[in-house]
Design a binder for this molecule. Structure first.
Ligand code: BTN
Length: 251
């Protein structure tokens, strides 16, 4: 019924009309042994979650909300961010194919003309020093009109419908996105992160500009690239370099 044209991603597919969060279902499935490449997609989420414990608005018919389970072999937990960046590049390429100009804000925001269209939440289960599974949750706004966007994000978010001027078929978006995700994942495994890193950097939002970055405090930093394990590399006012694994760019 989904007409997926992937080779492995989503072959094990669960559709839930209503869930709290596909991330929660994904964790349950993974704990129960769901194989690499399993996907759960929801009609709506009642408690969709974003990074930094934020709420993710996920109403029925307005967008695509899904989580994919990956079981990488011998991946150090520290490198899990790489998965977020692989997904970000895959989403960006899919959207470029629709004619959109896409920027990625580290680590996980997909921007069109300075507005957020999509977000990625990566969570993992690690044992000893290796990752058991990773759940990559993707939310993409599809059919919101400006007034459908949550009040708190009306000047910060956008949707495919707003950008492309007409309603989109969510299933088509799902198919296209899964295919790009699978291809990028395969490239990442066969060629390593280097390839992804340069693609990511070429699409980075506000590269080489001064940004407000929040770690424990908020300070000025200039984004100069990403580290080979996915962290963000910045310079401070004294030209000192920092590698940030957990931080937020304010906008
Ligand atoms: C962010 O931008 O902070 C990340 C947003 C991630 C939202 C997706 S929607 C599918 C999956 N399930 C969730 O509860 N969150 C992710």
């Amino acid at each position: 019924q989904w007409g997926l044209n992937t080779e492995w991603l989503g072959h094990q597919l669960v559709y839930e009309p209503t869930v709290t969060s596909t991330q929660i279902v994904g964790h349950d499935m993974a704990r129960d042994g769901a194989p690499h490449g399993s996907v759960v997609v929801a009609g709506e989420q009642t408690a969709g979650r974003g990074r930094m414990k934020r709420y993710w608005d996920s109403k029925e018919g307005y967008g695509l909300w899904f989580s994919s389970i990956f079981r990488p072999k011998n991946l150090a937990p520290k490198k899990a961010t790489q998965f977020t960046l692989v997904a970000a590049v895959a989403i960006a390429e899919y959207l470029e194919g629709l004619g959109l100009d896409v920027k990625i804000k580290w680590p996980n925001d997909i921007f069109i003309k300075g507005l957020k269209l999509s977000g990625i939440l990566t969570e993992m289960q690690a044992e000893h020093d290796s990752v058991e599974y990773i759940i990559v949750g993707i939310g993409l706004n599809v059919n919101h009109d400006i007034r459908d966007l949550h009040e708190s994000v009306q000047h910060k978010a956008t949707s495919l419908r707003i950008e492309l001027g007409e309603e989109q078929n969510i299933n088509d978006v799902f198919q296209g996105l899964l295919l790009h995700l699978e291809r990028k994942y395969d490239t990442f495994i066969s060629e390593g992160f280097k390839h992804i890193k340069s693609e990511w950097e070429s699409k980075a939002y506000r590269m080489n500009e001064w940004l407000d970055v929040r770690t424990n405090t908020t300070w000025k930093a200039k984004l100069i690239g990403i580290h080979e394990d996915g962290a963000m590399v910045v310079k401070d006012k004294d030209d000192k370099q920092h590698v940030l694994y957990s931080a937020e760019i304010l906008w």
